[in-house]
Design a protein around this ligand. Structure first.
Ligand code: ZN
Length: 581
């Protein structure tokens, strides 16, 4: 059981307080910036400070009914007196791609993150993405270099934490609290001292006979993470001082994945008890938002509430690898081995036992016993979209397709996937993959500059999620209505409030717009190569926008940051959430 420390610092001064002398690895100036002159902004700012509240996967489809029922008064007031609307996610609309786009103001074709996993064509290996794979500067680095103080709490794709002018606490992909998950490193000990049951990842327990009691326990864990989020903001904000600070409520997404049928007004009426329990969780979230709004107002900060993507029902799973097998592009070694592995996993799950038998190459060998000598194309990983790679001679070890056949094979597959149709649950014929993209066309980049990107990205019909595993032979396995869980949609949320923000306004922006808008609002020039647009209509005053030359960063060669044991832990976490299948 997690407990949270109710102690709150009394000081309301956002200059860093001298709670501790700086330790090894901690910046000297973090203890005494009062002596430093105020940061010179390049332009007249409309916002002195910015507090960003990230609600992973939040959607107005859930929030609007909650606000109308009076369950989220703080968010409702923030929206009524500010400007709000849809925030469109990235392609694909998933956590690692979308939050990295938020942090860089650029799409996956630039920053390189399309999924949690990354397939390295040079050695035919899957690994997990980390901050080392982000190929562009993030706002934390841009702001730090310009002398502003930043703080980032639990934002996905910030492990291992990078050095910033301020602090960084990495997100739910932190393997364990044994690792260095904070910058400065010393902050970790302060956190673990203050929150002995520091709660940073999902702990959703599943047991067949768990019943309402287990469900309630899962919700309590989530509610505690909301309360802890606010406490971290206040604690770190006081300790380090801040110009731009962000807190991420990751478990909003997990709650929706697990409890969609209790939250969706279309189905929640059939489960009144669990619907009530789940709705109360949003009231706890709103209480935390209320505390953050008060804290931001005391510090005259602009508030940005945003999600990385929306959410909706998960109606079925698309199985492109089943199609590739039927079309002769992919060969399974033995269906018997695969069936045995699956049976073992199901027994473990029924017993509530954690399965520890993950084979090499992360999930794929576990899910698909592939005969690589006869596999010319495979969806190597999937996150809403399917990420398909061809086995190309001179690129992968043991590659099969001649380079001169690459374009033809890729185009054949593109056409074939686009032509796949099936009947949905209403009996209508739908295209399983309404869009199939070449990476360089989708992201408007050059293939040779971004060789790690998939050869094809398969975009499923809304309501479907692509999986790499094969169960049966159909293109789509429809979920039974009884088991209805949730999955992502493109439409996320944005709500902005504070001095100089338009009251009662509406907006429709894209997640790449947030970084340039934030920089302009806080009085800095915007790097000219950011793909997002400054959203000037959010403000009641004229926002002056100036640009500066693009900045590049030295990207390290691929660095494996997770040990085998940590990979197992992360694989389990992502599988439990339904992110790795
Ligand atoms: Zn997300």
């Amino acid at each position: 059981m997690t407990t949270v420390n109710p102690h709150k610092p009394e000081s309301k001064n956002v200059s860093p307080t001298k709670l501790d002398p700086p330790g090894p690895g901690e910046r000297n100036d973090s203890a005494a910036p009062e002596s430093k002159p105020q940061t010179q902004r390049e332009l007249t700012p409309l916002a002195n400070r910015v507090l960003i509240i990230g609600l992973d996967g939040a959607t107005f489809d859930i929030l609007n009914p909650m606000m109308e029922a009076g369950r989220m008064p703080n968010l409702a007031e923030l929206i009524r007196t500010g400007t709000a609307g849809i925030l469109e996610s990235t392609k694909p609309p998933i956590t690692p791609a979308a939050w990295t786009t938020f942090m860089t103001g650029k799409g996956p074709g630039r920053h390189g993150i399309v999924d949690f996993e990354k397939y390295d064509v040079r050695n035919n290996q899957l690994s997990f993405n980390s901050t080392y794979e982000i190929r562009e500067k993030t706002i934390w680095e841009i702001l730090s270099e310009k002398g502003l103080r930043v703080g980032s709490i639990n934002v996905p794709m910030t492990y291992p934490p990078r050095k910033v002018n301020g602090f960084m606490i990495s997100g739910f992909e932190t393997p364990s609290t044994e690792t260095e998950f904070t910058y400065p490193p010393k902050l970790k000990h302060a956190i673990l001292q203050r929150w002995p049951h520091y709660n940073y990842s999902s702990d959703w327990q599943r047991k067949v006979l768990g019943g309402d009691e287990l469900f309630q326990r899962n919700l309590r864990y989530i509610e505690q993470s909301f309360q802890q989020g606010y406490e971290l903001v206040e604690y770190c904000g006081e300790r380090f001082g801040w110009d731009v600070m962000m807190i991420m409520y990751k478990l909003v997404d997990n709650l929706q994945h697990k409890a969609w049928k209790y939250l969706d007004p279309k189905t929640s009426g059939r489960h009144p008890r669990r619907a009530e329990m789940s709705a109360r969780c949003f009231t706890s979230l709103d209480k935390s938002i209320g505390d953050l709004i008060r804290y931001a107002r005391e510090n005259e900060a602009m508030i940005i509430v945003m999600s990385d993507h929306g959410h909706g029902s998960l109606d079925g799973k698309a199985q492109p690898n089943a199609l590739l097998e039927q079309w002769g592009y992919l060969k399974i070694k033995s269906r018997t081995i695969q069936a045995k592995r699956r049976a073992r996993k199901i027994i473990d799950r029924l017993l509530g036992r954690t399965t520890k038998r993950f084979e090499a190459n992360l999930g794929i060998e576990h899910e698909l016993a592939l005969d690589w000598s006869q596999t010319k194309a495979c969806v190597m990983h999937a996150g809403m979209y399917g990420f398909l790679y061809l086995s190309l001679k001179d690129r992968q070890p043991g590659g099969l397709i001649d380079p001169e056949d690459y374009d033809r094979v890729r185009e054949d597959l593109q056409r074939q996937f686009l032509s796949v149709t099936c009947q949905n649950r209403e009996g209508e014929t739908i295209q399983v993959f309404p869009e199939v993209h070449k990476a360089e066309e989708l992201y408007n980049c050059r293939r040779e500059d971004q060789p790690w990107l998939p050869d094809l990205l398969l975009v499923p019909n809304p309501g479907l999620a692509v999986v790499r595993k094969i169960r049966g032979h159909q293109a789509v396995r429809w979920s039974s209505r009884h088991r209805l869980e949730g999955t992502h949609r493109v439409e996320g949320i944005l709500a902005v409030n504070g001095p100089n923000v338009r009251s009662g306004g509406t907006t429709h922006a894209s997640i790449a717009d947030i970084a340039p808008t934030l920089l302009a609002a806080i009085g800095l020039r915007v790097p000219a190569d950011m793909e997002g647009q400054v959203q000037t209509e959010l403000f009641s005053q004229k926002l002056v926008v100036e640009y500066e030359p693009p900045q590049t960063i030295e990207t390290a060669e691929h660095k494996e940051v997770y040990s085998d044991e940590e990979k197992e832990a992360l694989t389990r976490r992502l599988t439990d959430l339904g992110y790795l299948e």
